[in-house]
Design a protein around this ligand. Structure first.
Ligand code: MLC
Ligand code: AMP
Length: 498
């Protein structure tokens, strides 16, 4: 099933209906109907074709949330071009890896962000593309796609640490969205408030696709901001909100009567991408009168497990397998474990990616007899609710963004005077976890300047909140760092929140 056929329920079937409202950083709003989005994306597709893009080519998008992202996504879907979204917080080193691996024809970005791209990339200015599109044909191009056509390469680190492009096909996005529309009862009457970044699957596969498949209305903003949130909810009157736990923690800070008013017109709050602490769910219920629905997914598989729309949304759990998803919990030997016993989650279904871009070995290692190994450890209760307990890897999730300790450790040990480094996740009330670095280094190393050195090279959320000098790193006989034996470090109030 090619995605466009599903989008057409909205793009063609609801052509005259209000589809998208964008509120820019200055608070100015602009709106489009589905028919206008159809025409806009056809024109962008014509420009991309004129610039030489063909089915199977890659096009990277290094953009903050904006309508052009939607136009480009739709245009690429129509052309069979594979979108490579890049986190806007990434810096040259991180982008270079993605660009060299995916080999996109170009990276669509702004003049300002283009300065952060590696020298050998071809930047295409998003504004210029938009201007060219104004005079282009708005006829829909011939579509080159079916369910197995790759729609996106989304870079993620899997369980190993090296960032790889998960090949997400038209069929993967379609299956995920069909399952969620059904499970969460999303209809054309909904109004979705989109604050999640479009460059990750939470915002793209869930947000954009539930909007397009249901034909509901979407209000898109550049990025989540606590101080703007009340205004968005009260002005745009959404019924649907998807967020990471950090956003729900921030929403708890809104005044009580505002929260109650927002809660009264909302239908569904969904949390995912990182664990939602049970006390946050309880505090949110008390303040907003709404029980957040927590679900579990990952880039490679899109959504796997969800609390029920009807029935108990059980705090601390992620619920049951979604429609079309099969889940197993297995021990180290790959054998199914009984309910109540921890095991690694394996998943199978039409939403699971086709593997990693040009990495047959990593792809083979990720699957076990046709089942995708999530690397997440969980337990199933006798009544079927699944609780996630941890991960097999050292992955740190901060504000819903992933951090692989090894990447930061390698960067640190490249610095003069740093002999060894270990990066661990420390609990944080707002972001869930934040990274802290332990260093074995010469006295000459100015530890207080390391944060600014790193900030120039990697995304800000990956920069450790503290750098702790130690005499040595605790290691096993085989030389592996025993992170749990590092001296405990708790965040000072200054570092806890900004
Ligand atoms: C943060 N910044 C962003 C941004 N988020 N810039 C553009 N777009 C975003 N989405 C920048 C800010 O401008 C700021 O830069 C710096 O990062 C810190 O911002 P902050 O507001 O202090 O951060 P914080 O309060 O921690 O809140 C951040 C957040 C963000 C919660 C809004 O972390 C976020 O959008 N998280 C969503 C991550 C996500 O979508 N994960 C899904 C992965 S998919 P400066 O320059 O001012 O310092 C997945 C699968 C699944 O995991 O199951 O869903
Ligand atoms: P990513 O690689 O960005 O797709 O991150 C996927 C990872 O996020 C999963 O493997 C989980 O470890 C984690 N994750 C997603 N949703 C949840 C959740 N509801 N609770 C706990 N962890 C989650």
């Amino acid at each position: 099933m090619a995605l466009l056929g599903l989008y057409d329920r909205s793009l063609i079937g609801r052509a005259s209906r209000a589809a998208l409202t964008y509120e820019d950083a200055a608070g100015v709003t602009t709106s489009w109907t589905f028919g206008e989005l159809e025409a806009r994306s056809n024109r962008v597709a014509a420009v991309l074709r004129a610039r030489g893009l063909r089915a199977g080519d890659r096009l990277a998008l290094y953009l903050v949330n904006q309508p052009a992202f939607i136009d480009l996504w739709l245009a690429c879907v129509k052309l069979g071009v594979i979108v490579v979204p890049i986190n806007v917080l990434y810096r040259e080193r991180e982008i270079a890896h993605i660009v060299h691996d995916a080999a996109p024809v170009a990276v669509v970005t702004t003049a300002e962000q283009a300065a952060l791209l590696p020298a050998d990339t071809v930047p295409w200015d998003v504004g210029t593309l938009g201007q060219e599109a104004e005079s282009a044909s708005d006829a829909r191009p011939a579509v080159h796609a079916d369910s197995e056509t790759p729609a996106a390469l989304v870079y993620t680190s899997g369980t190993t640490g090296a960032s790889k492009g998960a090949i997400l096909t038209h069929g993967n996005f379609a299956a995920n969205a069909l399952a969620l529309v059904q499970a969460w009862e999303v209809t054309a009457d909904d109004r979705y408030l989109a604050v999640l970044p479009l460059f990750h699957v939470h915002g793209l596969a869930n947000g954009v696709h539930l909007w397009l498949l249901s034909g509901c209305h979407m209000t898109l903003v550049e990025r989540f901001a606590q101080e703007r949130a009340a205004d968005w909810f009260l002005t745009h009157r959404p019924t649907l909100f998807f967020g990471v736990p950090t956003m729900f923690v921030r929403l708890l800070a809104l005044p009580e009567d505002t929260a109650r008013e927002i809660g009264a017109h909302m239908r569904l709050f969904v949390s995912g991408s990182a664990p939602l602490p049970a006390p946050v769910l309880e505090a949110f219920r008390a303040r907003y009168g709404q029980v957040i629905l927590e679900r579990y997914g990952m880039t490679e598989t899109l959504m796997n497990v969800s609390n029920p729309y009807h029935g108990e949304r059980r705090a601390g759990t992620v619920g049951f397998p979604l429609p079309m998803t099969a889940v197993r919990l297995v021990n180290e030997a790959g054998e199914d474990v009984p309910d109540g016993t921890s095991g690694e989650l394996l998943v199978r279904g039409p939403h699971v990616c086709a593997g990693y871009w040009r990495r047959p070995e990593a792809t083979a290692a990720a699957f076990q007899g046709g089942w995708f190994r999530t690397g997440d450890v969980g337990v199933r209760a006798a009544d079927g609710y699944i609780t996630l307990e941890g991960r097999r890897s050292d992955l740190i999730i901060s504000g819903g963004f992933n951090i692989y300790p090894r990447e930061i450790e390698e960067l640190l040990t490249e610095l003069p005077g740093v002999r060894e480094a270990a990066v661990v996740g420390v609990k944080d009330a707002v972001r869930g976890e934040v990274p802290v670095a332990y260093l074995v280094c010469d006295d000459t190393v100015a530890v207080d300047r390391l944060a600014s050195t790193l900030r120039a090279q990697i995304a800000s959320f990956k920069v450790p909140r503290a750098f702790v000098r130690v005499d040595g790193l605790p290691r096993t006989a085989l030389g592996k760092v025993q992170r749990h034996l590092l001296p405990p470090w708790t965040l000072s109030s200054a570092a806890t929140d900004a």
